[in-house]
Design a protein around this ligand. Structure first.
Ligand code: SAM
Ligand code: SF4
Length: 336
């Protein structure tokens, strides 16, 4: 590490950066995007070189894990140039893990290269195993293409975790199918509670909300389970199904507050640093990057000043049957 590490006002070391490399996507998942999205003009986006500079600055400040997200990261043009370049930090040992959250549509093309540059694990978002339902929830996606991507990832030796958004009345009936399919394929599985992001209408979001405590109780009717103490510094809690040995994660930002162990920050594709997914406060990192093309000093000063403003936690709350703390950003903007 070149500089003193980043420690926030609540003594939490910042070791995990999630970085969005594009706001664009080849899908239009209903809980994430509107069908007709206005995307950012290209000049607003950080270039691949600027993304590398930014990631490298954070790694120099003690970030050990970098997760690339979006929009859909693999639809950004020449994104492999960025991955190849940033993977040098894996070679030096400065970075422990380089990973990706993807919808899987482009994996058939990219999985071998990702594995070759040192990526070991990826998260693939998939909410249903039914082709018609898949087309409905993603609007533009084809399940077959994602399935081919998943097989390519497996063949390349990438460990896969499936992320499924729990949606009442949509994939409730597939709970056990998803669990058994992941077991057969050797994929890990994490369920995510739908979060009040974007502007898709309060009523719909409340209708879709399926509390994971309820899901957990349902799983317990068929599989004995034990809680695992394991935490990844993130919002997931894990159980182990003792009959199959499978591990299942639950990301419950709304029913369990996980902020106390938060070690992460997020950067959008335009270089806004968000210290908390659930708060609006952010810092512009693009200005210091562009202002001083050959000097990371202003960038590092801006990052440090922002980390000192990292809040204790977020304010999401469904409990009053209306959405308090609702964010106006889409998930594809902050990068999930
Ligand atoms: N396109 C990639 C993908 O789908 O994996 C990466 C970006 S996507 C915004 C990251 C994650 O956010 C996905 O797992 C997606 O299901 C999740 N997500 C999007 N909108 C959400 C919402 N309103 N509530 C909960 N999760 C959401
Ligand atoms: Fe695209 Fe991922 Fe959002 Fe779906 S969840 S629209 S795949 S960014």
């Amino acid at each position: 590490m070149e500089h003193a590490p980043l420690i926030d006002p609540f003594a939490r070391p910042i070791s995990y950066l999630r970085m969005s490399v594009t706001d664009r996507c080849d899908f239009r998942c209903t809980y994430c995007m509107a069908e007709h999205m206005q995307f950012l003009p290209k000049k607003e986006l950080l270039t691949l070189e600027e993304l590398d500079r930014l990631a490298s600055a954070f790694i120099g400040l003690g970030v050990r894990k970098l997760r690339v997200t979006g929009g859909e990261p693999l639809v950004r043009r020449d994104i492999m140039t960025f991955f190849r370049s940033v993977s040098r930090h894996l070679d030096t040992g400065a970075l422990e893990e380089l990973t990706l959250t993807t919808n899987g549509s482009q994996l058939a093309r990219f999985a071998p290269d990702l594995a070759a540059l040192g990526m070991r694990r990826i998260n693939v978002s998939l909410d249903t195993l039914n082709p018609e339902k898949f087309a409905k929830i993603t609007r533009w996606g084809r399940l077959e293409q994602v399935m081919q991507g998943l097989q390519a990832a497996k063949a390349a030796g990438l460990r896969v975790k499936i992320n499924s958004v729990a949606l009442k009345g949509f994939n409730e009936d597939e709970l056990f199918d998803l669990i058994h399919w992941c077991g057969e394929e050797g994929f890990d599985l994490t369920f995510i509670e739908v979060m009040p992001m974007g502007d898709l209408g309060e009523e719909d979001r409340l209708d879709q909300y399926w509390a994971l405590d309820d899901m957990r109780a349902r799983i317990a009717t068929r599989h004995p389970m034990v809680d695992l103490a394991e935490r990844t510094g993130g919002p997931a809690r894990y159980v182990k199904l003792t009959d199959t040995g499978q591990k299942i994660g639950f990301i419950t930002p709304l029913t369990h507050n996980f902020c106390e162990s938060c070690n992460r920050v997020r950067v959008t594709c335009t270089g806004e640093l968000f210290m908390c997914l659930g708060q609006e406060d952010n810092a512009d990192l693009r200005a210091p990057i562009r202002m001083a093309p050959d000097d990371d000093g202003p960038l590092i000063d801006t990052i440090r000043a922002a980390i000192l403003r990292k809040p204790k936690g977020h304010d999401f709350d469904y409990s009053r049957q209306s959405i308090a703390g609702q964010m106006t950003r889409h998930m594809s903007h902050t990068g999930g």
